[in-house]
Design a protein around this ligand. Structure first.
Ligand code: NDP
Length: 452
């Protein structure tokens, strides 16, 4: 049995109650097999076994009071997974589904993603099972203060630098940073995704969505194609989805879907700039639901209780490019099969692990271009890294400067992934290439440190 098989078996046994973490370890280690043979030194040093065990896991109580004075208790998490190449870095997620297995899966993936960006950042992730939906601003503020009241002692600009993720946007980062600053008496780069007035970077809100589309353009270019006139489906209506739509439109694509956790909208006329502005106002300012889109644009159709992928499958809609930007495990084998049958050209992941293992096998067998999350959505954390640099240097780059760096980083991630795939016997396989390229740098650093 190879060491990788042994490690996967051990994780299944030890962390049997963490299905998402097991899925992520199986996916990543499964693609690292060619490294075992080429690097016996990794096997000897048990790097594969060490890398699936977080440096530390912090779980804490978050008690807070709602507007009526009633006390609630949520659970907070921070998983500091690996800091071999830089301070822990990764977002915070506030969503009722959050548990240890989900935070571990995200933190584990983050190690390789951050390494791929070429910036010095380790991997971490955190969050809480708190549900911000339906809460007043004051309630969200009291919750985030309570969360930071414990988190502050575990983070720092050279230790661990959290950012946003699902349920943690500009408002939450503002409260989190404000409270950190208050109790530490320090104005420092301890969080990214900050407002422009207090140390944020231009392009950070746009970075993940833009990066996904830059990556897509790089992939299409290898086949002599681009996004002009392509039919694009996007899931989600949050941060990543909004800016993926914006950039797709700039490149001349036709986006026909957006969604939220209640349902999906299909607009066969295309979601144009004006309609996207409506969605941005609906989701970011009014905090409404995507179903309201059809009240404003009655020619579009809303499907309650269905994901974008259910609708595409059930209605037999032809799709050129798919950009899943909502959440993990949204695309299953039958969804993937339906899209591939209908001539899908590329699927590029904005969300983390949106495709389950069955779906990934279908992409790989069919030869469609598959841009895995770790590579394709790394633009967000890359610009977070640039935000850290600007904070340390105490200066701000212009929009054009940051955007140019983002484009360059996405191109580098694309090319590095392809090169690693070819070097390890899997030409054209971005998943294997991204995992191997991200892994090598971290593994070599771990080896250099000895047994720690
Ligand atoms: P947001 O909270 O801004 O948006 C998430 C969107 O996905 C919302 O439309 C939400 O709907 C929908 N959604 C959430 N959970 C589900 C679910 N279980 N089923 C269907 N739809 C769901 O988050 P982000 O846009 O920041 O994140 C989206 C994805 O991108 C996540 O996987 C995240 O980890 C990943 N990502 C984000 C980065 C970033 O920079 N923000 C960086 C890299 C990856 P609703 O409004 O109903 O909740």
């Amino acid at each position: 049995m190879s060491q990788i098989d042994e490690v996967i078996a051990k994780v299944k046994e030890k962390d049997g109650d963490q299905p998402e973490f097991i899925e992520a370890v199986t996916e990543v280690l499964g693609t690292l097999r060619p490294t075992e043979e080429k690097h016996p030194e990794f096997v000897k040093a048990k790097i594969y076994e060490r890398i699936v065990e977080p440096d530390r896991v912090i779980i804490f109580r978050v008690p807070w009071e709602d507007d009526k004075g009633e006390i609630h208790v949520n659970r907070g998490f921070r998983v500091q997974f690996n800091n071999a190449i830089g301070p822990y870095k990764g977002g915070l997620r506030f969503h009722p589904s959050v548990n240890l297995g989900i935070i571990k899966f995200l933190g584990f993936e983050q190690i390789f993603k951050n390494s791929l960006t070429t910036l010095p950042m380790g991997g971490g992730k955190g969050g809480s099972d708190f549900n911000p939906k339906g809460k007043s601003d004051r309630e969200v503020m009291r919750f985030t203060y309570a969360f930071m009241r414990e988190l502050f002692r575990h983070i720092g600009p050279d230790t661990d630098v959290p950012a946003g993720d699902i349920g943690v946007g500009a408002r939450e980062i503002g409260y989190l940073y404000g409270y950190y600053k208050k109790i530490k008496n320090e104005h420092t780069g301890v969080l990214t995704g900050k407002g422009l007035e207090y140390g944020g970077s231009l392009i950070r809100p746009e970075a993940t969505g833009y990066g996904v589309v830059y990556f897509t353009m790089n992939m299409l270019a290898t086949k002599g194609m681009d996004l002009k006139g392509k039919t694009i489906v996007v899931s989600g209506a949050g941060n990543v989805a909004q800016y993926a739509v914006e950039k797709s439109l700039e490149y001349g694509g036709k986006v026909i879907t957006m969604s939220d956790s209640n349902g999906a909208v299909v607009d066969m006329d295309g979601i144009d700039r004006g309609k996207l502005d409506y969605v941005m106002d609906l989701k970011n300012v009014r905090r409404g639901r995507i179903r309201e889109y059809v009240q404003k644009y009655p020619h579009a159709k809303y499907y309650e209780g269905k994901s974008v992928w259910d609708v595409i499958r059930d209605e037999g809609i032809k799709v050129d490019v798919a950009l899943p930007c909502a959440t993990q495990n949204e695309i299953h084998g039958d969804h993937a099969e339906a899209m591939v049958k209908n001539g899908l050209i590329a699927i590029v992941e904005g969300a983390n692990m949106p495709s389950n293992l069955d779906a990934i096998h279908i992409y790989q067998d069919s030869g469609v271009l598959f841009g895995p999350a770790k590579a394709a959505n790394a633009g967000g954390v890359a610009v977070s890294g640039l935000e850290m640099t600007q904070n340390s240097m105490r200066l701000s780059w212009t929009r054009e400067e940051v955007d140019a760096k983002l484009r360059e980083i996405m191109k580098k991630i694309h090319d590095t992934s392809l090169e690693a795939a070819a070097a390890y016997g899997k030409p054209g396989d971005y998943l294997t290439g991204a995992n191997i390229a991200g892994f090598l740098k971290v593994a070599k650093a771990m080896l250099a440190y000895g047994v720690v």
